[in-house]
Design a protein around this ligand. Structure first.
Ligand SMILES: *[C@@H]1O[C@H](CO)[C@@H](O)[C@H](O)[C@H]1NC(C)=O
Ligand SMILES: *[C@@H]1O[C@H](CO)[C@@H](O)[C@H](O)[C@H]1NC(C)=O
Ligand SMILES: *[C@@H]1O[C@H](CO)[C@@H](O)[C@H](O)[C@H]1NC(C)=O
Ligand SMILES: *[C@@H]1O[C@H](CO)[C@@H](O)[C@H](O)[C@H]1NC(C)=O
Ligand SMILES: *[C@@H]1O[C@H](CO)[C@@H](O)[C@H](O)[C@H]1NC(C)=O
Length: 457
């Protein structure tokens, strides 16, 4: 009798434990906004990092459609800092995206993205640093973080994550991201490499990293003016005058207030580019339009209709906060109750200190060790223009192994590429913006697929 009772208690304890686990982590089969069960394998959950695991980092994990057992595993970090990784998932490289219709008051609906990178890769979309997306801190200081803490926590995250998903330990591992992740991805990659060398467990099968329109070095912003001239946004005369009067240094903190000519030229420049959508200069600047892209409560309800040619991506993207703040969505994603109040796409309460200025030493170190890298650049991005990326790559002084040439998609030129010693590949995506997979999805997927499978672009 006693033994029977003991047995019953054990069963009750186990089932309570399982129930507790299943409310905070696990497979997501149905997602509000998507009709039917998801045709891909999505899991979400938390990994605790830092002392006492006070920082709970939230992730979305999507398995490869092809061969999850052998396909690469990518840790993807959205930039900002502080922009939720769901931006990468929904707007760039994940298997679903919002249907492009005006908001009508109902939960926005999803369609499949044919060019999802998860067709051939397992991808973990991580909300980091703390205060980003659904990641939160259980106690202590609010959301204090910086470049190094972010990298330390990402490294701790991946080690713990792999311990709970041991079946992925032997997959080729990459770290990826775009924009501000240009500062975090190489540092995380370096930590993984250092950890491997120091014998830290588990050994991570690190192969390399990939970056789109990445932040890299302090001079970056000086290249916007060259870009503006090349794109025909300012006249040659103004460009030459700027170059002459400012000596190529256009950042306000370095310009003497005595240099009136430079300051006047910069004002003329500002007038020319005011209203340009910097992340993609051919896109409409939504803030200049009458469309209200505001909080859900302020949003105008419109008739459900396909968006006209002058629509703003931002209108569709702004639906994410409506979706992520829906109680049913949170339940489906296994979000812990009371953990995060109002979800924001890019955390505005982030207490993040930018410490790292120059990432070039990290690139040099990683290349020296033989890690592969893909650096790509949407050539219509004015935030981090391709000229600046080309400049820091040139500074590395790698020898060119494959000279600048076009690369093609479906018989058309999709961009230009050059490869260097130390396994570094650079590629532009013609017509791409700051987040290239968003503006040129098929071309970006083709580029990714070729690179990740060791083929020339
Ligand atoms: C909004 O559109 C969706 C899809 O077309 C429809 O199912 C829903 O009922 C509409 N909601 C409202 C409030 O009109
Ligand atoms: C941000 O963190 C610093 C410590 O690094 C702290 O002094 C400051 O009060 C924090 N600010 C907020 C708004 O939490
Ligand atoms: C849109 O234009 C305004 C000026 O009219 C500018 O301040 C803003 O940065 C532009 N938006 C983007 C995303 O470039
Ligand atoms: C690069 O590697 C050297 C030697 O291993 C090391 O001393 C240095 O700190 C590394 N630099 C960075 C930025 O990690
Ligand atoms: C590359 O070469 C240039 C010119 O010789 C030099 O100034 C620069 O320091 C070199 N870069 C590196 C990373 O050594």
């Amino acid at each position: 009798m006693d033994r029977f009772l003991f047995f019953i208690i054990i069963i009750i304890v186990i089932s309570c434990f399982r129930a507790a686990i299943s409310t905070s982590t696990g497979t997501v089969q149905y997602l509000p906004g998507f009709q039917g069960s998801l045709p891909f394998h999505l899991e979400t959950g938390y990994v605790g990092v830092d002392e006492n695991e006070d920082i709970q980092l939230f992730y979305y994990f999507i398995q490869s459609d092809s061969n999850p057992k052998d396909d690469p595993l990518i840790l993807w970090i959205t930039g900002g800092p502080g922009c939720s990784s769901i931006s990468g998932l929904l707007y760039e490289i994940g298997p679903i995206k919002f249907e492009e219709v005006h908001y009508n008051g109902s939960l926005p609906s999803f369609i499949l993205r044919p060019s999802s990178w998860t067709k051939i890769a397992n991808i973990i979309f991580l909300d980091i640093p703390v205060g980003t997306g659904f990641s939160y801190r259980r106690s202590g200081q609010a959301s204090r973080s910086n470049d190094f803490l972010l990298a330390d926590q990402a490294y701790e995250f991946i080690k713990k994550w792999l311990r709970s998903y041991p079946e992925f330990i032997s997959n080729p591992f990459y770290v990826g991201g775009d924009s501000y992740s240009g500062k975090s991805v190489p540092v995380i990659t370096q930590l993984v490499s250092n950890g491997n060398e120091a014998g830290s467990e588990p050994y991570i099968n690190l192969k390399g990293y990939l970056l789109g329109n990445p932040r890299a070095f302090p001079d970056e912003d000086n290249f916007q003016i060259r870009f503006a001239n090349g794109m025909g946004l300012i006249s040659d005369e103004l460009y030459k005058s700027l170059l002459h009067s400012c000596h190529g240094e256009y950042r306000s903190e370095y310009i003497s207030s005595n240099n009136v000519a430079c300051l006047q030229n910069l004002e003329l420049y500002q007038q020319c580019i005011d209203g340009i959508e910097k992340p993609h200069i051919l896109e409409p600047n939504c803030s200049a339009m009458v469309l209200p892209i505001k909080l859900p409560s302020q949003m105008q309800f419109k008739e459900q209709q396909p968006l006209s040619s002058f629509y703003c991506h931002d209108e569709v993207n702004s639906l994410t906060s409506i979706w992520a703040n829906d109680a049913g969505v949170r339940e489906a994603l296994h979000i812990r109750e009371g953990s995060v109040g109002d979800w924001e796409r890019c955390g505005s309460n982030l207490n993040f200190t930018k410490i790292l200025e120059d990432i070039r030493p990290y690139h040099l170190n990683l290349s020296k060790k033989g890690y592969r890298s893909l650096i790509y650049s949407g050539d219509h991005d004015m935030v981090i223009p391709h000229q600046s990326t080309e400049a820091w790559i040139k500074y590395l002084n790698y020898s060119i192994t494959n000279q600048w040439r076009s690369w093609k998609y479906r018989g058309q030129i999709a961009g230009y590429t050059e490869s260097y010693s130390n396994m570094m590949t650079y590629a532009t995506v013609k017509g791409g913006g700051h987040t290239t997979p968003e503006s040129k999805p098929e071309e970006s997927y083709a580029m990714f697929e070729r690179w990740i499978s060791y083929q020339p672009l």
